[in-house]
Design a protein around this ligand. Sequence first.
Ligand SMILES: Cc1ncc(COP(=O)(O)O)c(C=O)c1O
Length: 331
Amino acid sequence: MSAALPLAAADVYDAQRRLRGVAASTPALSHPTLDDIAGRSVVSKAEALQRTGSFKFRGAYNAVAALSPRERRRGVIGASSGNHAQALALAGRLLGVPVTVVVPHDAPKAKVDGARALGADIVAYHRQRDDRDALTDRLSVDHGYTVVPSSSAHAVMAGAGTVALELLWQAPVLTAILVPVGGGGLAAGTAVAAKHINPNIKVIGVEPQAAADTAASLQAGQLAELAAVPDTIADGLRHTSPAPLPWEINRVLLDGVVTVTDAQIVQAMGWAFKHLKVVAEPSGAVALAAMDGLDLPPGPVGVIISGGSVDLDAFHRLVATPPPRKEPALA
Ligand SMILES: Cc1ncc(COP(=O)(O)O)c(C=O)c1O
């Protein structure tokens, strides 16, 4: 099915081989209270427990490991709200490759500190004023760095897809997977891998209500662009439009996109903490937030808790505020 798409299941299996013994095999967790809330069995893939705290390590390592010796010597550059920055920093450190990361001025401190501590050079830009991609490209040309995008790259999507391979090995009975969508790389890798294993499985993207660029694009049947940088606590998902390469896959393979409010995201962070003993950051909790009220046939659902990089103060501030509930809707 995925022959004409810019990613094949074979690429994801290659990435899995490269990541063996390097990436953590994260647990698939469940709790009866979450099953009761969802009205079905829920299996949560705890990528918050991945190295550097998110699934991003899988794609970053896979991309850096695939570089030629010359490219490795020159170094890599990536633009990121933080998780890809930390992931790239660790991949570079493990493989002896210099790393520069371009981060927004308002990126969470925990993420920027994490990347710096792993030896990355940090370049900050202003989300509203600066052109992130132009800055990244200029640095890449000036210094000979290879750009490793956070989602719109073949090797990055392949690495991300290994989450689904692992999840379906741990829980083969799943009939649907809920996956957070930012640029769309995780969703694209998930869809390619999951539908290769089970062509009938539903793969549903989840976006914050304020950052529903992929939902809008699916509805329009073409890439849609939000008018302004989305205002949501899910800092990793603040995209104004889907990344081009993942979009080519998601437009074909995703079975829908649901949206969740920031209040729902905070509630899900509380569920993950209380029932799974997992610290989820807002971007990492969106899929868990969407499991309640899904318009899907009955059956066990997989939920990717994609990251856990959150400051202690921010986590406490967020979960201490009881949120009102709203139902998500299939786009
Ligand atoms: C924790 C977390 N989850 C999900 C995503 C979205 O991933 P993608 O850009 O591949 O859609 C990100 C992106 O930074 C993230 O940090």
